[in-house]
Ligand binder design. Sequence first.
Ligand code: IPM
Ligand code: MN
Length: 364
Amino acid sequence: MLKIAVLGGDGTGPEVVAEGLKVLKVVAEKEGFPYETQDYDFSGKAYLARGGDPNIQNIPVITDEQVDEFRNYDTIYLGAVGDPDVAPGILEKSLLLNLRFKLDQYINLRPVKLYPGVATPLANKGPDDINFDVIRENTEDLYFGGGGFLRKDTPHEVATQEMIATRFGVDRCLRYAFEFCRKKNKKKMLTLVAKTNVLTYSHNLWWRAFNEMGDADYPDIKRDYNHIDACCMWFVKNPEFYDTVVVPNMFGDIITDLGAMIQGGMGVAAGGNINPEGTSMFEPIGGSAPKYTGKNVINPIAAIASLAMLLSVVGSQKGDAAIERAGEKVEKAIIATCPKMKSQSAGNMGFSTTGVGDLICEAL
Ligand code: IPM
Ligand code: MN
């Protein structure tokens, strides 16, 4: 039994997740595996309804007990986080980052894959050129939340925001990336993206760990290194160069938005927050798109691609071939559907949100 906690979240999140669940129903029937979903409302609206302050967090967005409840599930399927009525940072930190950290989802897997029939802003590049994976460390770096103010609200104010890299955290991310790259068996090249010329402590640790692990255990994997700024240039100029990229959290956040754009935009980009030994969470990379909420115009492909990833990753983790196959099937249905769409941008698809969901179901 595949047990899924469903968090539609904010804005268009519930709409795109509904399409994913529609697809899940069809593919589960076809592949013959049982599953169970449970809805949870941890949206900004729910926080406000419970008496949450929109400006300064006064009550938990989610309690530790509720986070613990998710450990009883195989996985979490998340729509979007971010509500214009709640100050930036409250929901992002207390829900999204909180879940990533507490459930120790230390890998953020973000494939950059241009599907056939999807327009890319890169001239003369096609699906064969834009097809690589970014593995973003998901629990450390600038994201761990350390820092503070000194002399706040005075002309002499000081603000610090701390960056950490632990050898344990870096090693487990690198291990996942080397193994992923080996299993994929494409170019067998792993690119570390960092900034060793400026971040001479934390990224020096990454650099040493990368080379030590590579030398010791992965002589078959070619090691490559990009500074983050150069990487941004190469993503645009020569995306075909990449196979697997491993990157610390903050830079990973940034380059995966760039990656999302070259694969056709936020409407198609999917991601997985993975704890290989625990409960993982899958979500579209895009946000809650408040201006499109409730209009049945948002693109559900990214959410459906996240579902495909959920099935592949969790199926393999559970050793369940039917679930894994279902993941591949959903991805094939996406590939068959994209060329039928006029565009991947909200409101210009030639179909409604539910219409695109129907197309995927038919293609299954
Ligand atoms: C993402 C988002 C989040 C992040 C925000 C919403 C906290 O941008 O998933 O990439 O920075 O990780
Ligand atoms: Mn981001």
